[in-house]
Design a protein around this ligand. Structure first.
Ligand SMILES: [Zn+2]
Length: 435
């Protein structure tokens, strides 16, 4: 089913005319209401009136995550706080969190786009949706919640964690759909099996999974463990939250980006040049209807490709492939964004530790684990006693858990143990299977 038949199936030329009109409006608006954009446009020598075609989008400067941090918390808002009805922040960051605001209309549109996603997964008002995305500052929980209600489905606001209770609700309430991270879906399946729950015979028939990269292999595992169709959803809090794009159950080949609200470009992450449709590069988003927190050419750092070929579902919106990687060093561990620099800040505060560290990511069962290997300072007499080592390891683990929100295993090693790279330091060793 297509939730908004009119807008999701617009002929290309009508869609592009609508996009241009909306782009021109948002560019005028941010130029006159957001100091950052006025300065950035002036520096690039481009005025709002210069945007005469969609191709002129490429004349506008990029917006980066750093711009968001520099304007923390509300500097990029384009409306007064009296018009903002909701705030969210990117997960797992501290002082450098990026804060996003929504007007009532922004929430309305977000709810509709999430309802479109559920409809694309074949759901309707007769479905019961088990929402195990985290509720809170993270956009996942509330984003999916409002969309499920907009669709008219019955939503179970489960949030994350408390797996035993989740399993009880899955059996007793009989939800027909589940949303969570793909790794959590596998974890639920595994724990359920261990408790003797017949996970393949629940009422679930479809799962909507996102907030972390996953592979076709994981899709197969989830589908067979839960006996459901597993669909991919994409979003990022800066651009809106979940529901920027969604795979349709008819096509199962890429996620339709809701192009009546978002303009998408693929660029070369090194040069910033716009690449032709179909080439692999970094996704760049411009929001053309958001009021509180519009973004112009936001560099997502997510690497993928776009596909404009017609889809058998009838939607005309472009499809993006699953995210194939990042053009920066951000890791996503169990749905939490982790930058090596955040770990580094914590490590170097310990008197006995050096800034030589490596992050090792691996997968235990179905869950991603992060090990932090760090050398002790050579000037400290060593090797450290077992007690001293264990104390500093636990201290760093506590700090990481408190500030970033993920559990890690910290290991202090002797000076010179970790490999030194020529040139750019290799901070991350990702041992997760790629498929
Ligand atoms: Zn489709």
């Amino acid at each position: 089913m297509i939730y908004n038949e009119e807008f999701e199936t617009l002929p290309r030329e009508v869609l592009e005319a609508l996009q241009l009109k909306r782009l021109q409006q948002v560019v005028q608006r941010v130029y006159h209401t957001v100091g950052h954009y006025r300065a950035a446009f002036d520096e690039a020598g481009v005025k709002p009136d210069d945007i005469k075609s969609l191709a002129d989008l490429a004349r506008l400067p990029f917006t980066t995550k750093q711009d968001l941090r520099d304007n923390y918390p509300f500097g990029l808002f384009a409306v007064p706080m009296s018009s903002v009805v909701r705030l969210h922040a990117s997960s797992g960051t501290t002082g450098r969190a990026t804060v996003v605001g929504y007007t009532k209309r922004d929430i309305d549109i977000w709810s509709e786009l999430m309802a479109r996603c559920f409809a694309a997964a074949g759901l309707n008002k007769n479905d019961i949706i088990h929402n195990a995305y985290g509720y809170g500052l993270f956009t996942g929980g509330l984003g999916a919640h409002y969309g499920a209600e907009r669709l008219g489905a019955s939503v179970i606001p489960m949030s994350g964690g408390n797996t035993k209770r989740q399993l009880m609700i899955l059996q007793d309430f009989g939800p027909t759909a589940i949303c969570c991270t793909p790794s959590y879906a596998l974890n639920l399946a595994e724990q359920g099996r261990a408790m003797g729950v017949d996970m393949r015979n629940l009422k679930l028939r479809v799962g909507i999974f996102g907030a972390e990269p996953w592979s076709d292999k994981m899709r197969d595992d989830i589908e067979s463990a839960l006996n459901i169709k597993a669909l991919n959803i994409y979003g990022l809090s800066e651009v809106m939250g979940p529901g920027v794009s969604m795979e349709c159950i008819e096509g199962l080949s890429g996620m339709h980006i809701f192009e009546d609200h978002f303009l998408t470009e693929i660029i070369d992450p090194e040069t910033g040049a716009v690449l032709p449709c179909g080439e692999k590069g970094e996704l760049v988003f411009t929001t053309i209807t958001k009021e509180a927190f519009p973004l112009i050419r936001f560099r997502s750092r997510d690497i993928t490709t776009l596909n404009i070929a017609p889809c058998r579902c009838g939607r005309t919106h472009v499809r993006m492939d699953r995210v194939m990687g990042r053009s920066d060093d951000m890791l996503i561990i169990r749905g939490v964004n982790v930058f090596p620099s955040q770990i580094e800040e914590i490590v170097v505060q310990q008197a006995s530790l050096s800034p030589h560290y490596v992050l090792e990511v691996h997968r235990e069962g179905h869950l991603d684990e992060l090990d932090v290997l760090v050398e002790r300072r050579p000037e400290i007499p060593g090797p450290l006693s077992i007690a001293a080592r264990s104390s500093v390891e636990h201290e760093v683990e506590r700090e990481i858990k408190g500030l970033i929100g993920i559990s890690t295993k910290v290991r202090v090693v002797e000076p010179g143990t970790l490999q030194r790279s020529q040139g750019k330091a290799v901070r991350v060793i990702d041992k997760r299977p790629k498929n």
